[in-house]
Design a protein around this ligand. Structure first.
Ligand code: PEP
Ligand code: MN
Length: 336
């Protein structure tokens, strides 16, 4: 249930109401817009009329969907996540780029140089890789994260890397500005609950078969548990089509933006699995309103230990960035 307070409401009224609701057994949350959400509790419908009678309450409505704190109803303004002076979710679109996997100090250093030169803000690189086969390379672990941070610091970039094991959180926070939750872990609720206790921003990728509601409910675990810094990433879903690795659901961008205040990202690399399709789909993402793009690039794409087929070269990456700046301008945005 959502309570919208009117201009007569003083902070004192709000605090008293929250206390009363908590005493009655409800779980509540409030925000800067003077909206109060009743998330969980006893027999909420019977209380609607009582709340409506309060003179500082403008409107009492049931939530339209199951997700609450991540919804636009509760929080109409866009969430802007600020990390060391860099903003995600604001007017400027953020590019996250780098190899699928951190392979060596040189490889990530060269990637950082290219990312910075072309105008990316965040350096990506997996150190713990969720591989379909247990016999494939699993990542360099903490050693890889050290290389990632060193390379990023040198070029004034932020870092993102995937967390798979909740027990790695404290170690990873030493190196990583944004924690990625991969598609395979979107509904790993123990991991989500652990990340909710952290303040480090989370980049949550959509599961292969997750509906928008499933996706937003996964984000609700993190936000409701205490970490408001969540970015949602569309990275392609499984459909009957088998030509491409995944079917990139570009419509997810405007749809999710209408449903939630969280920043929305698009990953055209995993979304298609095809190197040549990265540029057109990245352009589509910017045109559709994405706040963030994530692209896999590598000094020698054909030699990538993982995801070689979808990985672009530095030259291609640089061209993509040039093109995207033009599209961004056409939709009144920029790259920052
Ligand atoms: C990745 O970003 O390298 C990755 C494994 O992504 P996803 O979880 O979307 O497959
Ligand atoms: Mn990959």
């Amino acid at each position: 249930m959502l309570l919208k307070l009117n201009k007569k409401a003083k902070s004192e009224d709000l605090n008293n109401l929250i206390q009363k609701l908590q005493w009655m057994g409800f779980t509540v949350s409030s925000n800067k817009s003077h909206h109060l959400a009743i998330l969980k509790g006893i027999d909420e419908k019977t209380h609607i009329q009582k709340f409506q009678k309060l003179d500082f309450v403008e409107e009492v409505t049931p939530f339209k969907n199951k997700f609450k704190l991540v919804s636009r109803e509760f929080h109409p303004e866009n969430t802007i996540i600020e990390i060391r002076g860099k903003k995600i979710g604001g007017d400027a679109i953020v590019m996250m780029a780098g190899p699928c996997t951190i392979e060596s100090k040189e490889q990530i250093e060269q990637s950082a140089q290219e990312a910075a030169k072309s105008g990316a803000t965040v350096l990506r690189g997996g150190a713990f890789k969720p591989r379909t086969s247990p016999y494939d390379f699993q990542g360099l672990g903490e050693e890889g994260l050290k290389y990632l941070k060193e390379a990023a610091d040198k070029h004034n970039l932020l870092t993102i890397s995937e967390i798979m094991d909740p027990d790695d959180l404290e170690m990873m926070e030493k190196y990583v500005d944004i924690l990625q939750v991969g598609a395979r872990n979107m509904q790993n609720f123990s991991l989500l609950k652990k990340l909710a206790k952290s303040k480090t921003p989370v980049f949550l990728k959509r599961g292969f078969s997750a509906t928008y509601q499933d996706f937003l409910m996964a984000a609700e675990y993190i936000v409701g548990g205490g970490n408001p810094n969540v970015i949602l990433c569309e990275r392609g879903i499984r459909t009957f089509e088998t030509y491409a690795r995944n079917t990139l659901d570009v419509a997810a961008v405007p749809i999710l933006k209408s449903l939630t205040h969280l920043p929305i990202a698009l990953d055209p690399s995993h979304g298609t699995g095809i190197r040549e399709m990265v540029s057109p789909m990245a352009k589509a993402g910017v045109a559709a309103g994405a706040d963030v793009l994530m692209i896999e690039m590598h000094p020698n794409p054909d030699q990538s230990v993982s995801d070689a087929k979808q990985t672009v070269s530095f030259d291609t990456f640089s061209e993509i960035m040039q093109d995207l700046k033009v599209i961004a301008k056409a939709v009144n945005r920029s790259f920052g």
